[in-house]
Design a binder for this molecule. Structure first.
Ligand code: GLN
Length: 307
């Protein structure tokens, strides 16, 4: 697939996506996210050999929300290796990203690191290791993307912190099973700040590119993970990266991916590229409606996926 074609394909997707851009609902359980217009659409592909293709709002920053779980998990996996899986599982949950139901039956061990409960355990690992977990994560995505002014949006963080009862309940519940090492409220604070990181499609695609490149970040040559751990993290994205819609997402798109309620989805084709799409209108599972449609079109037109 030549570069010329990727640009033409992105432009075609941008044209054809129009009816989907207003079909979803912007997340409003975090009030600050509800202030974003639903009809934004941006998409960027960054290839492992350094080409960047973009369309629409690909350079507009948005709230990465649960996409931060991918980078936080990468850092925790770097720190703990397989010991991480003593505290977090590796199975799809089949329940909503913010569900509490499995936690009681499964003794406070979350199903995977990409639902809120699992991400809170991951953030606990980072809070234990770093004075400010969110700063460590911000620095990590700055390095991976090569963009030094990426930061979290304090207003979004405060908005979530003021409406975090459910996540607080989850954190305290896991603490009751002994699966948090740091105070629950400190973990919630760091978690809400990390979810509030703002990045654009181009920046996110660059930051995730190490996953398409055997674990080495093409931006700075840094080895982020070894090849085997990269495979494992990508496998988790495939089975768990889009919450309880992971089966349908893989059926339609066929790429490992991570989504967030800000409307972003980042996906990778190993050996080739990372792609990020942003459209804030969500479907009932909390995934970007137009975003999934756009990625499905991309893998259909190019006939490229991991399968
Ligand atoms: N900050 C959000 C929350 O905890 C992230 C959820 C998401 O993007 N799915 O609810």
């Amino acid at each position: 697939m030549t570069g010329q074609n990727y640009q033409a394909i992105l432009e075609r997707i941008h044209r054809d996506i129009t009816p989907w851009r207003t079909a979803g609902r912007v997340a409003d359980y975090i009030p600050e996210l509800a202030t974003v217009r639903a009809d934004h659409f941006g998409m960027a592909i960054v290839t492992v050999d350094g080409q960047v293709y973009r369309t629409g709002d690909a350079d507009v920053r948005f709230s990465i929300q649960s996409i931060s779980k991918l980078f936080a998990c990468t850092l925790a996996f770097q720190l703990l290796g397989d010991a991480l899986w003593k505290r977090v599982g590796r199975e799809p949950s089949g329940t909503a990203f913010n569900s509490l139901v499995q936690l009681e039956f499964e003794a406070g061990k979350p199903r995977n690191p990409f639902i809120n409960a699992g991400a809170l355990v991951v953030t606990d690992v980072l809070c234990r290791r770093f004075v400010q977990a969110e700063t460590a994560l911000v620095n990590f995505v700055r390095r991976l993307s090569g963009v030094p002014d990426i930061d979290y949006d304090l207003r979004v963080a405060q908005s979530e912190l003021a409406h975090a009862e459910r996540n607080r309940a989850m954190a305290h519940f896991m603490a009751s099973f002994g699966n948090l090492e740091m105070p629950a409220d400190a973990v919630i604070d760091a978690y809400c700040r990390q979810c509030a990181i703002s990045m654009s499609c181009v920046e996110l695609a660059r930051a995730a590119l190490f996953l398409a490149n055997g674990g080495v970040s093409p931006a700075n040559g840094e080895r982020v993970l070894d090849a085997s751990s990269t495979k494992r993290l990508s496998a988790l994205m495939l089975t768990c990266g889009t919450y309880d819609a992971a089966g349908d997402f893989v059926y339609r798109v066929g790429l490992p991916a991570k989504s967030g309620v800000g409307g972003g989805i980042v996906a990778v084709l190993p050996g080739e590229f990372a792609v990020c799409v942003w459209s804030p209108g969500l479907d009932a599972t909390g995934n970007s409606l137009a975003g999934i449609q756009a990625l499905e079109t991309l893998t259909s037109i190019t006939e490229r996926s991991i399968f």
